[in-house]
Design a protein. Structure first.
Ligand code: NAD
Length: 328
């Protein structure tokens, strides 16, 4: 069996080699993303595996079908880059890796939130001017805070555990309740979370019902001292409204691992002309932290992502049921 793996990262390679040896399956790694041009490389392979946030062009589905490929395996949680009507039309079974390491993302969110709470951006801005005074930057301690989780699934649940263990009061809203999480959080509604939380942390999928759930109206309902953490998907937050809310001091700051327009410049060595104005505006704010969609990037996550994705490619190629099919 031969599998082509798109958009492989250097740190994944050792896990891919280990898996390939253990399973006696040839895996070819390429750096490029799966797109209209690179799909042609899949000819002659039994299966493919990719990770990217960029949408797959319609021709990709058609060509994979022509090459006899039976699956689309995204070795990541999100699958909003896939058009399920086209996948169905071309008999492609979609799989993802639903929980390669929720802690990886939860810990990044917590790290960023603590930096915001401790006003680190303001310190760095002062220190860049050789100003080492701390007056005016009084902070607080985490167990004084209420944290509101929007979407307590794998990552939101892990986030709840972390904050709860640090002594914060944790609220959550989610249409699906998980009784095992009630040791760490209290379920409530979105409006209560917006009104009461000092940290609001988003962990829902991006779909028609959640797109832009954070907008001008939502920000007005938040405490002016509250921080917004978005480790999920850029499209959940209306970026212009976030900028306006920050400029009007309707909220105190934000940490963003994802941006709605990140496809233009994340995941590459960008040129100045690639960088959108909204990013520049946000990046210049001392109360905003941006990371390049890297919350997932830990050793545990890399290993699980590689192994769980490839196991499902093999299952489908062998006509067996994959562990993680995405049914839409
Ligand atoms: P999950 O499916 O386990 O959990 C999502 C939860 O959101 C579910 O419990 C669902 O019921 C809930 N939900 C859906 N709509 C909601 C709404 N309107 N209000 C409140 N809750 C709602 O998903 P997950 O694995 O925890 O992933 C969460 C998000 O994190 C996804 O958007 C995913 O794409 C993103 N993600 C980001 C990174 C990164 O590196 N930044 C890595 C992995 C995943």
């Amino acid at each position: 069996m031969k599998i082509l793996m798109y958009a492989t990262l250097a740190p994944e390679r050792k896990y891919i080699e280990q898996w390939s040896k253990k399973n006696n399956v040839e895996v070819k790694c390429v750096d490029e993303r799966l797109n209209a041009k690179t799909v042609e490389w899949a000819k002659g392979f039994d299966g493919i595996d990719f990770q990217q946030t960029h949408s797959l062009e319609p021709i990709v589905y058609k060509k994979l079908h022509e090459y006899g490929i039976k699956q689309l395996t995204a070795r990541m949680v999100g699958y909003d880059m896939i058009d399920f009507d086209l996948a169905k039309k071309y008999d492609l079974i979609v799989t993802n890796v639903p929980a390669y390491s929720p802690r990886a993302i939860a810990e990044m969110g917590l790290t960023q939130a603590l930096q915001l709470v401790r006003k680190m951006g303001y310190y760095y801005q002062r220190m860049d001017k050789l100003d080492f005074r701390w007056a005016g930057l009084e902070s607080t301690e985490i167990y004084n805070l209420t944290v509101g989780i929007i979407g307590a699934g794998h990552i939101g649940g892990a986030t709840a555990q972390l904050y709860s263990l640090l002594g914060a009061q944790v609220l959550a809203t989610d249409p699906v309740k998980h009784p095992e999480l009630e040791a760490y959080l209290t379920y409530t509604d979105l409006d209560t979370i917006l009104k009461e939380s000092d940290i609001v942390t988003i962990h829902t999928p991006l779909d028609d019902s959640t797109a832009n759930i954070f907008n001008a109206e939502t920000f007005k309902k938040m405490k002016s001292t509250a921080y917004l953490i978005n480790m999920a998907r850029g499209g959940l937050v209306k970026t212009d409204d976030l900028i306006a809310a920050l400029q009007k001091h309707e909220i105190a700051g934000a940490a963003l691992d994802t941006l709605a327009d990140e496809g233009q410049f994340f995941e590459k060595q960008a040129k100045p002309e690639d960088i959108p104005e909204d990013y520049k505006t946000l990046r210049a704010m001392p109360n905003v932290l941006i990371s390049p969609h890297s919350a997932f990037y830990t050793d545990t996550a890399m290993k699980n992502m590689v192994e769980m994705g490839l196991d499902d490619v093999v299952a489908i190629v062998n006509g067996k049921r994959p562990h993680y099919p995405v049914i839409q």
